[in-house]
Design a binder for this molecule. Structure first.
Ligand code: KG4
Ligand code: ZN
Length: 347
């Protein structure tokens, strides 16, 4: 007998994208029926970064039309939704509040179950949305604007079990470092894409330090690298108004970050006996990181799974996907009234 499919509506507003998705799932399957992401990037370009209250106001304006558009695309009516999932942390408080309170209201009014989802779990499991038969256990590098994690995920092919956070950043996240170096160079927000675009024209590598590369742990540090960039510019009086100078610094910085991320991920994969490697989070959109990690994984006989660009940067498909995995593993929906945002939520 075919298994009954459940339909889930997922909402994501943790930072600067208002996102909603409708997906259907049964025990082992997951299908996206409709997904909409309203990006605030243009708005935050004016301030060269996200102002939390400005982001929240935009979420307030967009949340209803975005949810409505995702439902329309999916062809599923609100009444036919079986479950609502929402990102409740980590993220910016004013932004998280908009999505979480909206989802709570919807769940209460429609008498639907509500499942709060950890945004980072969304990133972690996004590789499983891209590759349902992911070879497990896997070593997973999650690199976003606010977090950097190395996570070992147990399980059998396509069916994740428990996970273990084996490393993280001791200071700045990888994406944060990209954003800060972009600001130093006067490049546009968001910094990651600007730095990697500038790096394409780089010819000289300043050979910046590779922080924590040789330490016998799985942690990262990017704050010192950022300071090394600052000192290089000041001490050598580099003229960052010149595009070639900007390109060379961008290239050198990107090479240093990619080098550390790749070498530490490969070392961890070998040490834990992983059967695959995954890369997720906004920085996973970085083409050099994807290419270098892909080659390094292949060299040790593992495949690298990286979700499409649209699944790497913030979206609600990954929240729906994480929700169905959590449900399968025994998580229970919560009474909407008891759900509260957790801006500092850890993995
Ligand atoms: O996962 P995400 O969309 O939001 C958070 O959960 O933080 O990640 C956003 C981060 C930003 O720091 C952005 O600069 C970075 O991802 N990013 C990139 C690239 N595209 C986005 N970093 C490096 N290279 C890129 N191409
Ligand atoms: Zn994210």
């Amino acid at each position: 007998m075919p298994q009954k499919k459940s339909r889930i509506l997922a909402i994501e507003t943790s930072c600067d994208e208002t996102a909603a998705a409708v997906a259907s799932y049964s025990d082992g399957s997951f299908a996206v029926l409709g997904s909409v992401v309203a990006s605030q990037i243009k708005m935050h370009m004016a301030t060269n970064g996200v102002v939390p209250e400005v982001a929240a106001r935009a979420h307030l304006q967009k949340i209803k039309p975005v949810v409505r558009a995702a439902l329309k695309k999916s062809g599923v009516s609100l009444q036919d939704i079986d479950m609502i999932a929402v990102t409740y942390g980590p993220g910016l408080s004013p932004s998280l509040l908009v999505g979480t309170e909206f989802a709570k209201g919807l769940a209460l009014a429609l008498r639907k179950p509500l499942l709060p989802v950890n945004h980072m779990l969304g990133h972690l499991y996004s590789a499983l949305a891209a590759q349902p038969n992911l070879a497990l256990p896997s070593m997973n590098l999650i690199v976003s604007g606010g977090h950097t994690y190395l996570v070992f995920l147990n399980g059998k092919n396509g069916t994740p079990g428990t996970y273990q956070v084996i490393g993280g950043t001791v200071d700045d996240a990888a994406g944060e470092a990209f954003d800060k170096v972009a600001k130093m160079l006067g490049l546009a927000y968001p910094g990651g894409p600007s730095v990697s675009k500038a790096a394409l024209d780089g010819v000289h590598d300043y050979d910046f330090p590779r922080p924590m590369l040789h330490e016998k742990n799985h942690d990262f540090s990017f704050s010192g690298l950022k300071t090394a960039v600052l000192y290089k510019i000041a001490n050598e009086r580099l003229d960052i108004r010149k595009s070639q100078v900007r390109a060379d610094i961008a290239l050198s910085f990107e090479n240093a970050v990619v080098d550390v991320l790749v070498q530490k991920t490969i070392r961890a994969a070998k040490e834990y006996g992983a059967r695959s490697i995954t890369l997720s989070g906004g920085v996973a959109a970085n083409k050099k990181l994807r290419a270098v990690l892909g080659r390094a994984a292949k060299a040790i006989g593992l495949t690298l799974v990286v979700p499409d660009f649209a699944l790497c940067t913030d979206n609600a498909i990954m929240i729906a996907n994480a929700a169905r995995i959590m449900l399968r593993q025994g998580s229970k929906p919560k009474d909407p009234v008891t759900v509260a945002i957790r801006p500092d939520l850890d993995l």
